[in-house]
Write a protein that binds this ligand. Structure first.
Ligand SMILES: CC(C)(COP(=O)(O)OP(=O)(O)OC[C@H]1O[C@@H](n2cnc3c(N)ncnc32)[C@H](O)[C@@H]1OP(=O)(O)O)[C@@H](O)C(=O)NCCC(=O)NCCS
Length: 162
């Protein structure tokens, strides 16, 4: 995917460009993954001292087949990102993270990120997009529900360091 451009209405009158992430976006993604409470889902502190280690972000950016990373930009200023794991074999995608910089929230940037992602996986004939949302993250739940996601079971998260 090269890029798509959207003009968002509202008081900000944003022209938002969505493109695939590149190596130079690593720092932006890495910092926000480790600093936005909404993105806290699993814990790699034992391994690397932070929730999302640098190698995780690097791995996503390098893995063109199994991962999708999108960046939303306004005049080259980064406004958000989305990361998904593409499970081609079963035609399912795990929407791992969606994030919008605070000053750009509530103006449709998240909406454009998720729609661009869904149109990408639809073209690949994927059947399902899945995500996990913390029960405390009411805003993210409402956002996903507005975008057609339906809530499933509640889980307790388990992990094992290898
Ligand atoms: C969840 C998150 C990605 C949503 O991003 P966002 O850019 O604020 O989302 P949107 O602007 O598309 O939608 C938010 C609201 O703006 C409204 N909106 C305003 N202008 C809009 C437009 N032009 N198009 C669509 N929606 C618009 C939406 O209707 C929605 O209203 P609601 O909150 O009453 O439902 C963002 O809050 C975020 O980054 N949170 C922290 C990280 C996080 O929790 N991620 C989810 C877990 S991975």
């Amino acid at each position: 995917m090269e890029f798509v451009e959207f003009l968002l209405g509202g008081w900000l009158k944003l022209v938002i460009k969505i493109r695939t992430a590149r190596k130079e976006d690593e720092e932006f993604i890495h910092f926000n993954l480790n600093n936005d409470p909404g993105l806290r889902d699993y814990d790699s502190k034992e391994i690397s001292g932070e929730d999302y280690p640098k190698y995780w972000v690097r791995g996503i950016l390098a893995d063109k087949k199994g991962s999708l990373a999108l960046i939303a930009e306004k005049d080259r200023q980064k406004a958000g990102f989305l990361i998904a794991h593409l499970l081609e074999g079963v035609r399912e995608s795990i929407l791992n993270n969606i994030f919008v910089v605070k000053e750009f929230r509530n103006s449709g940037v998240g909406d454009r990120l998720i729609k661009t992602y869904e149109s990408f996986i639809r073209k690949k004939k994927f059947k399902l997009s899945l995500c996990l949302i913390n029960l405390d993250n009411k805003k993210a739940m409402r956002f996903h529900e507005k975008n057609g996601y339906t809530g499933g079971y509640d889980f307790r998260f388990y992990q094992k360091t290898l």
